[in-house]
Design a protein around this ligand. Structure first.
Ligand code: NAD
Length: 337
């Protein structure tokens, strides 16, 4: 039985508590939050769980094997470091830290302490994203020309980080995973539309090896909740829509037969652009957070590194975020990585 302590019981932490309570071989026994009010709410939903306002109670408890950190981003590095120093396995919410060197430090510490360190890049455990990667990897799309991601909604607003640092980690982690690489160069612009301390809107362009251009649009101030990705290849095109009830993946048998041809009429153009059918593969749905947290527990039990979302993957995301932030600060200048 793996006992997990959860630090941070705001909007997201209770989801981890629910899942660690449900998973076999796992117990969510103690949780910590600075707010007595939040802890009272947790006690109502999970009467079995012990609560504390001092996370040290979790770190000093020898019966707790692993810690899940779901506190604000600016606390991630210190809490993860202290948890590893207390010989706990750690699952930390994204992004792992605010600087690349902090991710490297935590990686080295986890190796030294022989503990699993994993980051909550939950979309890497989303079956639709896993299928997206399979289509790209097996060459179904042919050479990839470009990709774009949209992640928008009206809120929820965060006060510890900007919309870029809140939402873009998901799409950067997805693109790094799908293309099995990391960006070579980035540029980004951001804006503070509302009277809040942080940018609530950002557009970023990431250049991946193989001349793949990937674009990210993230916003806290948008009329629609959208979680979509499009990848355009020379043979086929694919879309992922996390909120589509029919199925998240659509594979479009569409491409242009020949390039470098000037067409004189619309009819000639239609001969050149091949418009085939759309395939919607059946994809079994499972809550990605449950898959992620189960994987964390499996890695602890089997004593294998959490390769899918380890400190290296976390560092690549943080490195990209830092470069995008630098580009924003320099009005969209191209920043090499
Ligand atoms: N993977 C995802 O899809 C996803 C979704 C939402 C949030 N998150 C991540 O989860 C984390 C938390 O997000 P949230 O929306 O729940 O934020 P939140 O602000 O609602 O909750 C954070 C909680 O942490 C508590 N806290 C702060 N410092 C603490 C400390 N030292 N000890 C104990 N508790 C402490 C706060 O009191 C608060 O209740 C963030 O890193 C966020 O990026 C991930």
């Amino acid at each position: 039985m793996i006992n997990v302590g959860v630090i941070g019981c705001g909007q997201w932490g209770p989801n981890h508590i629910r899942i660690f309570t449900q998973l076999p071989n796992t117990r969510s026994t103690v949780c910590a939050d600075l707010s007595e009010q939040r802890l009272a709410a947790i006690k109502t939903s999970f009467p079995h769980i012990q609560t504390t306002t001092d996370y040290q109670d979790i770190l000093k408890n020898p019966d707790i094997h692993a810690v899940c950190i779901a506190s604000p981003t600016n606390t991630h590095f210190d809490l993860t470091r202290e948890a590893l120093e207390s010989d706990k396995h750690v699952l930390c919410e994204k992004p792992l830290a605010l600087q690349e060197k902090e991710c490297s430090y935590l990686k080295d510490l986890s190796i030294k302490r022989n503990k699993i360190l994993m980051v909550g890049h939950v979309f890497l455990f989303n079956v639709g994203i896993v299928r997206l990667k399979e289509y790209v990897r097996c060459g179904e799309l042919g050479r990839v020309y470009y990709a774009h991601a949209t992640r928008t909604n009206l809120g929820p607003f965060r006060y510890d980080v900007s919309a870029l640092w809140d939402l873009a980690p998901h799409d950067i982690a997805i693109f790094n995973y799908v293309f099995d690489s990391a960006p070579l160069r980035v540029s980004a612009r951001a804006q503070r539309c509302l009277d809040t301390p942080r940018d609530d809107l950002a557009f970023g362009t990431l250049e991946y090896p193989g001349n793949i251009m990937a674009h990210i649009h993230i916003s806290w101030i948008d009329p629609k909740k959208i979680r979509q990705i499009t990848i355009v290849g020379e043979k086929k095109m694919i879309t992922w829509d996390d909120l589509d009830d029919i199925g998240p993946i659509k594979l479009y048998d569409k491409h242009v037969e020949k390039t470098n041809v000037c067409y004189k009429t619309y009819g000639e153009f239609r001969l050149l652009s091949k418009e085939g059918g759309i395939t919607i593969p059946k994809i079994e749905s499972r809550e990605p957070l449950e898959v992620q947290d189960q994987y964390f527990i499996d890695c602890i039990e089997r004593r294998v590194p959490a390769d899918i979302a380890d400190a290296d993957k976390a560092r690549a995301v943080v490195r990209t975020l830092v470069a995008m932030q630098e580009s924003i600060d320099r009005q969209g200048a191209c920043v090499g990585l």
